[in-house]
Design a protein around this ligand. Structure first.
Ligand code: ADP
Ligand code: MG
Length: 413
């Protein structure tokens, strides 16, 4: 795969669900016109506007968001794009070019958890959450399509929620900022869809900026945009989607979350973020022989520390030095939190053996994607090594692309 091929691979289709999605190789303008035209065909009138919201990869800081700690995601060029028109008659119509389902026609005043039984729960949940807060959202027509791969740990669900939240914020003049819209989107996923995710994915989609990673404090949502221009350093960030579908609903995520909350209670802190790296040894001692909780605390406190370390190295211009920190993060997710899988471990081992600077799984785990930091000159060799390792193990071929830090959610028409 040449660099040019990779460029075409980024955010331009071929990443999505493949049913009626916007075709490969189309540029952003064509995608936007296509979705607006699709809206008009579907609903018989032009939309009021078109909005876009990206998926994300998290560089470091995993399972730290719900512990009120730190994360460092960047937005992908892959986006959910939605054409939307305001309605004032209480009707909400939702359609995805990527789903086989017909237009979902709902009434905003009848929306209630636990969702509407399909993908439409994500945008419908945003309408529900905004109305719960007293915002006068009186209906909408929505037609969307996404190039964010689903179930790949790249936050296709947050992209759907955030694109809806940004559109409604503009169309109903709600005056909410990115962080408020992200919180609303998270509440839609937690309380309407029923997925107990933290706030990172929605914050990344709403608040990332091009050329930066987002250093986010998940306690107060304060954030810093950290310059992240790997190309200028002669480096690349490879994303490897193992195509193993992660399933956060299987209880493992909830079990880790419960473990972290129990550990915090035993340690007398509100969240594990309050255990300092210097205080880790004492905290582990205080947990006695509860090996499970000790592992979870070691991971969370360690990853919060690794976020700080990566931010420090980036600020110091020591970009290559973040590689071993990423790999240490993977070991922690594999051995202490135990949320990796053989395919993710293979990406990390094969990439590092072939000369990558570092690698780790990213996102919820149990499948999904890994990130690999690599010298530009070694990109093809590392990619080949990973692909060959997958063939040798009899695994499905991974989907591979180079990530560039892209823009967060915005109006595009
Ligand atoms: P992730 O957010 O990591 O991609 P999730 O399981 O949280 O994985 O969300 C994936 C779900 O989001 C899909 O099963 C589907 O319901 C919904 N979704 C994402 N993108 C689209 C789309 N373009 N059209 C319809 N539904 C979508
Ligand atoms: Mg998701």
């Amino acid at each position: 795969m040449t660099d040019q091929d990779r460029g075409r691979d980024q955010g331009q289709g071929g990443q999505g669900q493949g049913q009626g999605g916007q075709g490969q190789g189309q540029d952003q303008d064509q995608r936007v016109s296509g979705i607006a035209a699709g809206f008009e065909e579907l609903y018989g009138a032009a939309p009021d506007g078109v909005w876009a919201a990206p998926g994300r990869v998290n560089l470091i800081g995993e399972y730290t968001d719900f512990n009120e700690g730190f994360v460092l995601p960047l937005a992908l060029p892959h986006t959910a794009v939605a054409a939307v028109a305001r309605r004032d008659d209480g009707v909400l119509r939702l359609h995805s070019a990527d789903a086989a389902t017909p237009v979902a026609e709902l009434r905003v005043d009848a929306l209630a958890p636990p969702g509407v039984g399909s993908w439409a729960s994500y945008p419908a949940g945003v309408v529900w959450a905004l109305r719960q807060d007293g915002h006068p959202v009186t209906g909408a027509d929505v037609h969307l399509a996404s190039t964010v791969p689903t179930g790949a740990g790249l936050s296709s669900s947050a992209a759907l929620e955030v694109v809806t939240a940004f559109a409604l914020n503009d169309l109903f003049g709600l005056g909410l900022g990115g962080a408020e819209l992200a919180r609303t989107a998270q509440r839609a996923e937690n309380d309407f869809v029923g997925v107990p995710c933290g706030v990172m994915d929605q914050m990344a989609s709403a608040c990332c900026t091009a050329g930066h990673a987002l250093h986010l404090d998940c306690r107060d949502l304060s954030m810093r945009q950290i310059p992240f221009d790997l190309e200028a350093e002669g480096l690349r960030l490879l994303v490897v989607d193992t195509r193993v579908k992660h399933e956060l609903g299987d209880g493992a995520y909830a079990e880790r979350r419960e473990g972290c909350e129990t550990a915090a209670r035993r340690l007398g802190v509100s969240h594990l973020r309050d255990v300092t790296h210097d205080g880790l040894a004492d905290a582990l001692t205080a947990l006695g022989d509860d090996e499970r909780l000790r592992r979870y605390v070691r991971h969370v406190v360690g990853d919060d520390h690794r976020v700080t370390e990566v931010v420090r190295l980036l600020a110091a211009g020591e970009v290559r030095a973040i590689g071993p920190v990423l790999t240490a993060g993977h070991a922690s997710l594999r051995d202490d939190l135990r949320i990796s899988c053989p395919e993710l471990d293979l990406v990390v081992t094969a990439a590092n053996t072939a000369g990558a600077l570092g690698a780790r799984m990213t996102g919820g785990g149990f499948g999904g994607s890994a990130v690999v930091l690599v010298e530009a000159a070694a990109l093809d060799a590392v990619e080949r090594a990973v692909r060959e390792a997958f063939v040798a193990s009899g695994y499905t071929a991974p989907r591979v692309f180079v990530a560039q830090a892209a823009a967060g959610a915005r109006r595009v028409k």
